[in-house]
Design a protein around this ligand. Structure first.
Ligand SMILES: [Zn+2]
Length: 444
């Protein structure tokens, strides 16, 4: 039991306060008495009315420092393992459940937020996500960050008994498993099959799922373009897997004209979650060994980074004509891509392809833009440990990193949810139009 929690039942003083509170809110005295009677009868009521915080589930991450009776809760984010390439214990992702909250005024303080990977750019203007049903996620607008104390405060008066709070809407293994199995059973109008295979196993024994749509890209089908889409190299960037869910839904489950035309000329290899271990553990940026997957592509070590090792080997077998590596950016409130500038092979053909793709993406999705993003790499200065740079260099193809916000999208704000699973999915469905427009020019 955590410090500050009551060891036995609800105190008489607290129940009296609850009765008075209910009466003042217009509830009948009868309801108040019911609460008092239940509280005296068994310890079950303790679990219903005593505040408790849990994170011992898929993608959970929080440590409880203290829980006050009045709803004053102090918390800490648990850091990722040490990451050698980044020289950091990353942290920013949190996900926890608070029970016994109905009618209470919660003030949750994440007291080590100042030590997060992106303290200023990440927390400024950020609003925590919350959900009662684990489907619809809304924002807590009273979230504030104090630069002096390094504390992130989330104030909320919940409407139900139990609430989940998270850095962004979680994407669980159960959701992943249900979705990929639904895909493999889909009968496609176009007649193209769907294969669900494992690229290999993670350090903790989880499969790295690969979905292949439209063929196997083996020598008999070389006339088709080979498209690779991967997401969640950084496990805390869950919007990436929602993006891929939206893309695959349009491609496989509801194939419209765009999807069917694409599949007549392309094979899709899709890895919805590159880092299932980090996802389950509630990490921000690393796998179980503390490896930042997106800093390992120049020479992945299978003993510490099987996720990249197996994926890269499969890419060498299939070839790559286009790659999209999907991410979320903690600071920037925009959707944008990071391109191939700075790779040794950078040339006018790649530059032209990149701008054609971006123009088509903007036509298809008004939330995507090219004004804001990362600075371009100087000639020859690209970091070839990054996936998109390494693949662009190795395969001489268009290869991009896509970033979505954790906050709202400044171009088209939506105050209730801000950036959300729904909008990530819509962007994933929309990108197919941009790929279709670019497809005929991907090869020389
Ligand atoms: Zn990322």
């Amino acid at each position: 039991m955590k410090s500050g929690m009551k060891p036995h039942g609800v105190g008489y003083k607290q129940i009296t306060l609850m009765i008075l509170k209910k009466i003042s809110k217009g509830f009948t005295l009868h309801k108040g008495i019911t609460i008092q009677t239940r509280a005296k009868t068994n310890t079950g009521m303790e679990q219903q009315t005593t505040l408790s915080v849990q994170s011992n589930f898929d993608s959970g991450n929080i440590e409880v420092v203290s829980i006050g009776e009045e709803g004053d809760i102090h918390l800490k984010i648990r850091p990722d393992p040490w990451c050698e390439t980044d020289q950091a214990n990353h942290m920013q992702w949190f996900h926890y459940r608070v029970r016994g909250v109905r009618g209470k005024s919660l003030k949750m303080s994440i007291i080590n937020a100042g030590h997060a990977s992106y303290p200023t750019e990440g927390w400024d203007g950020y609003h925590a996500c919350a959900s009662y049903d684990l489907e619809h996620w809304f924002r807590i607008k009273t979230t504030t960050y104090d630069h002096h104390t390094g504390v992130l405060s989330i104030q909320h008066n919940p409407e139900s008994d139990s609430v989940h709070y998270a850095y962004f809407a979680p994407y669980t293994q159960e959701r992943h498993a249900a979705f990929v199995h639904k895909l493999q059973t889909a009968h496609m109008a176009s007649g193209h099959g769907v294969r669900l295979r494992s690229l290999g196993r993670t350090l903790e024994g989880r499969d790295i799922d690969l979905i292949t749509v439209g063929g196997d890209a083996m020598p008999t089908e070389v006339e088709k373009h080979v498209i690779w889409i991967i997401g969640r190299q950084h496990p805390g960037e869950t919007q990436a897997e929602y993006f891929i869910e939206g893309l695959l839904e349009r491609l496989v489950l509801k194939p419209d004209a765009v999807a069917r035309k694409l599949l007549s000329g392309a094979i899709f290899h899709v890895v919805p979650n590159m880092c299932p271990d980090g996802s389950y553990r509630g990490h921000l940026r690393t796998n179980a060994a503390g490896v930042n997957l997106n800093r390992a592509w120049a020479g992945p070590d299978p003993s510490t980074c099987p996720e990249v090792y197996h994926t890269l080997n499969r890419m060498k077998e299939t070839g790559v004509d286009f790659l999209l590596d999907v991410h979320g950016d903690e600071g920037l409130p925009h959707c944008f891509v990071a391109g191939l500038s700075g790779i040794p092979r950078w040339n006018s053909r790649i530059e032209g392809l990149q701008s054609e793709f971006c123009d088509a993406f903007m036509r298809a999705c008004p939330e995507f833009q090219t004004t804001y993003g990362y600075p371009r790499d100087a000639p020859g200065k690209a970091n070839l440990n990054l996936c998109s740079k390494q693949i662009g260099q190795a395969f001489d193809c268009l290869s991009l990193t896509l970033e979505m916000p954790f906050k709202d999208c400044a171009e088209l704000p939506e105050p209730l949810q801000e950036w959300s699973p729904e909008r990530s999915k819509a962007l994933g469905a929309g990108v197919l139009h941009a790929i279709l427009e670019t497809l005929p020019k991907l090869r020389y």
